[in-house]
Structures are given as structure tokens and as C-alpha cells.
Design a protein around this ligand. Structure first.
Ligand SMILES: Nc1nc2c(ncn2[C@@H]2O[C@H](COP(=O)(O)OP(=O)(O)O)[C@@H](O)[C@H]2O)c(=O)[nH]1
Ligand SMILES: [Mg+2]
Length: 265
């Protein structure tokens, strides 16, 4: 299979990130539904150290920026707003490709505290791709105004991932978020997200496929996640997965630079 415009985008973007003048100790994806305050979090963390450009091959604009925390250089990628990783638009495909195939050191999902249920759909999907997921519950001030209280430590227990409350517009919670990113991306503190269990027939199908694909995946992807995508039959996702399984070492700039293997426990 040839390199499609779609599958080349992520590689070109990773090359570009890799060639950036600031050497990153960790690369963090910032994801979330539209209007949850992702860019406000991004601006609050990176200040003026930002660069905006097109995703290679697409008219999707995304920003990346840097900040320093505890003597480490962290690069943040502000992804386009997305409701789902089962991508429907160019914006959603870019966000999906970076989270699923860009091997970020952590993915922060920014959620809107005033409609947390709707936002949790994306959180659960990201947790299925990577253990290195952090939830930032933003707009806590708006939620309070609407008499909505979010039990962040309860959410943390249920989901099994770090949950940080924030009012990004007032820079509240951003230090805690930087600390959480440091723990996950730099200290590599293991996170064990609690998996979403589907009904029996789906679970049976996943188990059967998971065993079959395990060796084919060469440890590059979480086999449960890959089995679910095969069951979905999403052609763009399967093309992208096949491409990643075929690609040679030269196409893994981030992993090579940090001397790491892909790590999807
Ligand atoms: N009240 C309140 N508004 C916020 C907060 N964070 C962001 N906003 C506002 O929410 C709107 C959307 O924010 P933006 O960062 O552009 O969201 P994005 O689409 O996820 O990047 C803007 O008007 C922000 O000023 C917050 O914590 N509290
Ligand atoms: Mg934005």
C-alpha cells in the first residue's frame, strides 16, 4: 500500500516537531470537545511561546507551544476540537491521528464541567487508546454558577486516571495540571485506566480478535483498542494502522529520539 496523503500527514508533522529548535523532554496532546477551553489552557501554559501552522496536507490549523516546568521542556500540541475519535471531519481525523499514532507522552483531555457527561465520551475513547490520559475538568466556575458540583476525586477513582479541576480563564488549576503532566510524561508514573466493558457479544468478539491480532501488532498498539477498531470497520483507521505496522524505523522520529518503544499497556 502506498503512502496516502492522509497517512503522510502525521509523519510529516512528527518530523516537523522533531526538527523544532526547542528540544522537548515530553510532547503532550491537548484534546477535547470544541469550546471546553483547550486554547485557554494552552495559552495559560505556554504564554507567547507558540507557533501556529497547517497540519501537513490538510487545511487544518493547529498550534504548538512550549513551557518549562521543574527544569523540563514540555511541548503542547493544541488539537482541533473533537467529539469523538471515530473521526467524521478533517479536524477530527487530525486529532485522532495525533492521539492514536503520534505516541504523545500524555494526552490531556479538557472537559466542560457544565456538561461533563457529553465530554466523557471522548475521555473514555482516549483511555482506550492510551493509559497516559489526564482529565482536566475546566469551567468549574460556570458549573458552580449553575449549581453543578463535580466530584473530581470520585471521577478519578471511577476512571482510574488523574482528574484536575480548573478555571483556565483565571489560571486556576494550571499548576496542578503541570504537576500531573510531569508525573505522567516525565516520571512515567503508571496509570491504569479502568476499561469500559461492553455487552457480552461485543466483549466475546473483542476477545477473539484480540488474541488473533496480538502478534501482528508487534506491541505498537493496544490490542484491545485495535480489535475494537477492526470491529468498527473504519477504513481510514485500518489504513492508518496498517501503514504504522509497515513503516520502517526512519518514520518513528519521536520514539527514536527518546530511545523508547511504543508503550500502550
Ligand atoms: N467562565 C470560564 N470561561 C472559560 C474558561 N476557560 C475558557 N473559557 C472561555 O470559553 C470560551 C472557549 O474557550 P477556548 O479556549 O477558545 O475553547 P476551545 O474551543 O476548547 O479551544 C472562551 O470564551 C474562553 O474565554 C473558564 O475556566 N471559565
Ligand atoms: Mg481552541
Amino acid at each position: 500500500m502506498g503512502l496516502t496523503a492522509q497517512s503522510s500527514g502525521i509523519h510529516a508533522f512528527l518530523e516537523e516537531l522533531n526538527q523544532s529548535s526547542v528540544k522537548a523532554d515530553a510532547i503532550i496532546a491537548l484534546a477535547g470537545n470544541p469550546n471546553t477551553g483547550k486554547s485557554t489552557v494552552f495559552n495559560g501554559l505556554t504564554g507567547l511561546n507558540q507557533h501556529t501552522g497547517n497540519w501537513p496536507g490538510k487545511t487544518v490549523i493547529l498550534a504548538r507551544g512550549n513551557y518549562q516546568h521543574r527544569n523540563k521542556n514540555i511541548t503542547l500540541v493544541d488539537l482541533p476540537g473533537t467529539y469523538s475519535l471515530l473521526a467524521n471531519s478533517a479536524d477530527e481525523q487530525v486529532a485522532r491521528d495525533f492521539i492514536c499514532f503520534g505516541n504523545p507522552d500524555a494526552t490531556v483531555v479538557v472537559a466542560d464541567a457544565t456538561c461533563i457527561e457529553r465530554n466523557l465520551n471522548l475521555v473514555l475513547q482516549v483511555m482506550e487508546v492510551t493509559t497516559k490520559t489526564i482529565l482536566c475538568v475546566n469551567l468549574i466556575d460556570e458549573a458552580k454558577r449553575k449549581n453543578i458540583a463535580i466530584d473530581c476525586s470520585g471521577l478519578e477513582k471511577i476512571l482510574g486516571i488523574p482528574v484536575i479541576p480548573a478555571v483556565a480563564r483565571d489560571k486556576v488549576g494550571l499548576t496542578e495540571l503541570k504537576d500531573a503532566i510531569h508525573k505522567v510524561a516525565i516520571e512515567k508514573k503508571p496509570i491504569c485506566p479502568h476499561p469500559l466493558i461492553y455487552n457480552e457479544s461485543i466483549e466475546n468478539a473483542i476477545n477473539q480478535l484480540q488474541n488473533d491480532v496480538e502478534t501482528l501488532l508487534q506491541g505498537k498498539f493496544n490490542s484491545r483498542w485495535a480489535a475494537m477498531r477492526l470491529l468498527d470497520g473504519d477504513a481510514t483507521m485500518i489504513t492508518e494502522m496498517l501503514h504504522h505496522l509497515k513503516k520502517d524505523q526512519r518514520q518513528e522520529p519521536l520514539a527514536i529520539r527518546r530511545g523508547e518503544a511504543h508503550c500502550y499497556e
